[in-house]
Every structure is written in structure tokens, then in C-alpha cells.
Design a protein around this ligand. Structure first.
Ligand SMILES: *[C@@H]1O[C@H](CO)[C@@H](O)[C@H](O)[C@H]1NC(C)=O
Ligand SMILES: *[C@@H]1O[C@H](CO)[C@@H](O)[C@H](O)[C@H]1NC(C)=O
Ligand SMILES: *[C@@H]1O[C@H](CO)[C@@H](O)[C@H](O)[C@H]1NC(C)=O
Ligand SMILES: *[C@@H]1O[C@H](CO)[C@@H](O)[C@H](O)[C@H]1NC(C)=O
Length: 378
């Protein structure tokens, strides 16, 4: 009982926890913990302890974890600075706009000259080898416009962007266009994509949807709020190519104000690790079509609805009992419970970066886009 109470208070109040801080005598540990680095979050600790982050932006490309860890984005490419928040003519984007950078063939590390709000008139189609790096500016994409799409491309990093109010938009052009359905980030037939430290809310469709056999994807350190269907991983029970999907969802904060799909999975292998769940309206983690789900070291705080899990489409128990849905080291509060099934196959082995659930509070405290200034810790 004493141990349970201890775990309860350390994780709810995060007043003290056994420190995962790296030993580094030259750093001021308490200052760094305040700044959010040195918390044990392996992605943040990889770059946030560097006050010169703005001179070493491309280091971020080596900081991904999980299935999306090979996403190098625009590493090795030139820096492209967005100076113009406009999107006057999506078919012929003007130099200085975000869209112009995103459609170039060469690798680019895209940064922003100042705070800006971008309302894309058509979906923002991202080509291969691009990093969209919002650090140092407050960048909002959406606000009634369309948002990001990665289609049949690879090596994309989207970091530090607030993506909200994304709405459907007409085709971008007869040749490359498709109707966007209003996702925040739509990842379709793509591989090696990493979405990190984005703030996502209130879009017409999903906040981050990963479909059509996309694989090698990580969504980390994001803050997802005020939305119904948060994250769809695999879109159709008949689309067996989704067996190839490998997606990691780690260090995110889900809620408040979310209803379902955190995430909703089909066919592939999904690692849901060290996330903080602040309530859910219907369910948190769900799926259909026999997905393999490892829920490891998450913190689930239930509201009215207590069950974390949902097998969509109400398959018979004889069927879903064979699906590998594992809860390993999750912390449950306020009556939350996970209905496990199947067994631990090779694919559900805990990833090496996973930390105990008692560290989730400090590791996700600043989830979402950060406010960073040049020359100081971010
Ligand atoms: C220790 O921290 C300082 C300041 O954050 C950093 O510059 C240095 O590279 C770190 N050293 C090691 C060994 O991690
Ligand atoms: C370390 O940082 C804390 C918080 O910013 C500050 O109060 C303290 O004086 C610093 N300690 C040293 C030795 O610099
Ligand atoms: C940019 O946005 C940040 C965060 O909202 C704010 O603190 C800062 O003052 C803004 N900078 C300018 C120049 O408006
Ligand atoms: C994506 O690739 C698939 C398979 O190669 C192809 O059928 C589809 O037309 C492509 N879609 C786009 C938008 O390029």
C-alpha cells in the first residue's frame, strides 16, 4: 500500500521521482530540468540541453526514436527561411512561402523568419527530404485552411508547429492534386516520417492520420487536444497492405478534450509508449483487423469512461482474443483499465527507449510546440 501511494503521488504531483537524469557535471541539473532537458525523455535530451540549438538545428535529425528513427528529413540540405505567410497561388508558389520550400526537389531544412499564421488554400504537399522546423518562432498552420500531406514520399520531419483548425480543401492541381479531407497531418503511402513537438487541435478529420501502408513513422512529444478522432493508423479493414505498418506513438499528451482514436489501429505493429492520457470521451486505444498493439509505460487517467481499449466493429471474442494487445507497465488512475488479448510475440518486445510510467509526468510536461529563443535552452 505504501508503495502504491508513493507511486500515486510521485506520478500525479511529480514532486519527486527517482531521477533518470544523465550524469553531466558541467550542466546545472536543476536549471536544465526546469528548461525541460535532462528529464529522461530521450528525444528532448538529445537536443534541448544545447543552448546553441539554433546553430545546430540539423542535429535534431539524429534524435528520433522508435519506428520513425530513420527519418532524416532535410539533413544535409540547405536552410530555407520562410519569410512570407501567404499562399496566393498554390499552383505556382512564391519564393519565401512555406509551400515553395516544400515542393523543391532538393533536401531542405525549412525554418521561419518570425512568428506567423499560414492558412493554406490547398493541402500542403510535402516532398521527400524536408524538415519543417518551427523552433524559434511561433508558427500556426491551418486556421480554416488545409494542412500537411505526405503522399508516397519519405524522410520528412515536422517539428514545433501548431496545427489547428485544418479544413478540407479542393484539389491542389489536376496533376498532383487530391481532395484533402481536413487532416492536420495526413501520411499516405509514405515512409520514414517523424512528427515531433507539434500542438494539434480541432481539425475537420484526424489530427495525424497514417494510412495506405505507410511505415517507419513516429509521432512524439505532441500535445493533442479538443478533437474527436485524434489518430487513425490504417484506414480500411480490407486493406491488407497495412500489415507493413510500423508506427511509434511516444511521449505525447492526449487531452483534454479528446474523444477517441489515441490511436485507432489496423493490421500493423504499433508501439504506444510513455504517453500521458488526460481523460477520453469514448476510448483511448482501439482498432480492428487484428493489429498488434504494445501499450508500454503510459499513464491513463480515466474520466467517466474507464476502459482504455475498444475493439471496433464488435468482433466476437473468439476472434479478438487472438489479437496481440499488451499493456506492460502502464499506470492506471481513476478506475482506468486495459483489456489485453493475445500474447507477447517478438513484435511486442518493449522498445529500448521506454521508461517507467512514473517518469511520464516530467517527460511530457511541456508536450507540444515549444517557445524557444536563440542562445538559451529551449
Ligand atoms: C554536458 O552539458 C553541457 C551543457 O549542457 C554540454 O555542453 C555538454 O556537451 C554535456 N556533456 C556531456 C558529456 O554530455
Ligand atoms: C542552477 O540553476 C538554478 C535555477 O535556474 C539556479 O537557481 C541556481 O543558482 C543554479 N546553480 C548554479 C550552481 O549555477
Ligand atoms: C512570437 O510568439 C511568442 C509565443 O507566442 C511570443 O512570446 C513572442 O513575443 C512573439 N514574438 C513577436 C516578435 O511577436
Ligand atoms: C502512390 O503510390 C501508389 C503505389 O505505387 C500508386 O498506386 C498511387 O497512385 C500513388 N499515389 C500518388 C498520389 O502518387
Amino acid at each position: 500500500m505504501a508503495i502504491l501511494l508513493f507511486l500515486f503521488f510521485t506520478s500525479i504531483l511529480s514532486i519527486s521521482y527517482s531521477s533518470p537524469l544523465p550524469v553531466n557535471a558541467s550542466g546545472n541539473i536543476s536549471a536544465r530540468r526546469q528548461a525541460g532537458c535532462g528529464t529522461g525523455n530521450p528525444v528532448d535530451d538529445c537536443w534541448r540541453c544545447d543552448p546553441c540549438w539554433a546553430d545546430n538545428r540539423q542535429r535534431l535529425a539524429d534524435c528520433a526514436i522508435g519506428f520513425g528513427r530513420n527519418a532524416i528529413g532535410g539533413k544535409g540540405g540547405r536552410t530555407y527561411v520562410v519569410t512570407d505567410p501567404g499562399d496566393e497561388d498554390p499552383a505556382n508558389p512564391a519564393p519565401g512561402t512555406l509551400r515553395y520550400g516544400l515542393v523543391q526537389d532538393e533536401p531542405l531544412w525549412i525554418i521561419f523568419a518570425c512568428n506567423m499564421t499560414i492558412r493554406p488554400k490547398r493541402e500542403l504537399v510535402v516532398s521527400s527530404h524536408k524538415t519543417v522546423d518551427g523552433r524559434g518562432a511561433s508558427v500556426v498552420v491551418g486556421e480554416g485552411g488545409a494542412c500537411f500531406t505526405v503522399r508516397n514520399r519519405s524522410n520528412v520531419i515536422i517539428h514545433g508547429i501548431t496545427i489547428r483548425g485544418c479544413r478540407p480543401a479542393p484539389k491542389s492541381s489536376a496533376r498532383t492534386g487530391h481532395l484533402s479531407d481536413g487532416d492536420g497531418v495526413s501520411i499516405f503511402g509514405a515512409r520514414d516520417v517523424w512528427v515531433d513537438r507539434c500542438t494539434l487541435e480541432d481539425c475537420a478529420d484526424g489530427l495525424v492520420d497514417v494510412i495506405a501502408a505507410s511505415t517507419g513513422v513516429t509521432v512524439s512529444n505532441c500535445l493533442l487536444t479538443n478533437h474527436n478522432k485524434a489518430m487513425l493508423l490504417g484506414h480500411n479493414d480490407g486493406y491488407e497492405d497495412d500489415r507493413a505498418m510500423r508506427v511509434t506513438v511516444a511521449f505525447n499528451r492526449f487531452g483534454p478534450g479528446l474523444v477517441q482514436r489515441m490511436p485507432r489501429c489496423r493490421f500493423g505493429v504499433f508501439h504506444v509508449v510513455n504517453n500521458d492520457y488526460v481523460n477520453w470521451g469514448k476510448y483511448a486505444i482501439g482498432g480492428s483487423a487484428s493489429p498488434t498493439i504494445l501499450s508500454r509505460g503510459n499513464r491513463f487517467c480515466a474520466g467517466k469512461k474507464k476502459e482504455v481499449t475498444k475493439r471496433d466493429g464488435d468482433p466476437p471474442k473468439s476472434e479478438w482474443q487472438k489479437w496481440n494487445w499488451i499493456s506492460d507497465g502502464d499506470l492506471m488512475f481513476n478506475g482506468a483499465f486495459f483489456t489485453a488479448s493475445g500474447g507477447p510475440g517478438a513484435e511486442v518486445k518493449a522498445p529500448s527507449f521506454a521508461k517507467p510510467a512514473s517518469f511520464v509526468a516530467p517527460m511530457t510536461a511541456s508536450a507540444g510546440a515549444l517557445s524557444c529563443s536563440k542562445g538559451s535552452l529551449c
